[in-house]
Structure formats: structure tokens, C-alpha cells
Design a binder for this molecule. Sequence first.
Ligand code: FES
Length: 76
Amino acid sequence: MYVCNCFGVTEAQVRKHAEAGACTPRQIASACKAGTDCGSCVRRIQALLGRGACRTEVADQAQPALSGVSELDEAA
Ligand code: FES
């Protein structure tokens, strides 16, 4: 199913870019131009990203938090 009709970008393509690290509509636009013409698809892209399509952001946030905890343990 197409998410962006202007550039023929599908939901699957948006998910793929999200899994590769594009976590905002702007980053999706950089990857495949979706949302950069009429803009009517931006809300659909946001909805896809909001449903957990972007996985790397969560993983990136978890690592510093965990390393910070181990540093505290070493200091104590
Ligand atoms: S439908 Fe995506 S920019 Fe127009």
C-alpha cells in the first residue's frame, strides 16, 4: 500500500528506512523523498513511526543508560 503517492513510496519502504535508523518524517524524507512534495502523507508517515517502526532509536537510548549504570557501580 502506498504511503506517499507523489513519490510512489510504500508502507514497507517506510518501515525499511525506519529500521535502518530514520526515526522522524524528516529523516524518512531524506531517505526516499516521501513527504517532500504535497505533504499530505506526513501524518501517515508519523503514524507508522509512532507504531514502533523505528527500532534503532530505542536501542541507541538503552546503551548509554546501561553504560552509565555500570560506571556508577564501578565508582562505588
Ligand atoms: S503524497 Fe507524499 S508528498 Fe505528496
